[in-house]
Every structure is written in C-alpha cells, then in structure tokens.
Ligand binder design. Structure first.
Ligand SMILES: [Zn+2]
Length: 54
C-alpha cells in the first residue's frame, strides 16, 4: 500500500482509494482503463469470430 498525491488538492491519499477523501477528486488506478478496454476488445473479437465461423 503506497501513498500518492491527489492531482486536484495535493493531499496524500492511499493508492487503494478511488476518490480523494479530502476533495472527492476521482483517482485513476493504474491498469483500470486497460482492463476495461481489454474486456471490450475481447468481446469485439469474440463477436467477429462468431460471425465469421457461423
Ligand atoms: Zn484531493
């Protein structure tokens, strides 16, 4: 568990926090966006494969 700095208010918050407890600014978690697009990409690839196969 590490501390990171809130980009909005500069408060030190836990890297596990999704929002800053002081100002409520949403904090980006490393890899979260990649996971979302990974799921979307996998679904698109699956749909293409299914439509091609049959
Ligand atoms: Zn903040």
């Amino acid at each position: 568990m590490a501390l990171m700095r809130c980009p909005a208010c500069g408060n030190q918050v836990s890297s596990n926090a999704t929002t800053c407890p002081q100002c409520g600014h949403p904090l980006k978690k490393g890899g979260g966006g990649l996971t979302f697009w990974g799921v979307v990409g996998a679904i698109i690839v699956a749909v293409i494969i299914i439509s091609v196969v049959g």
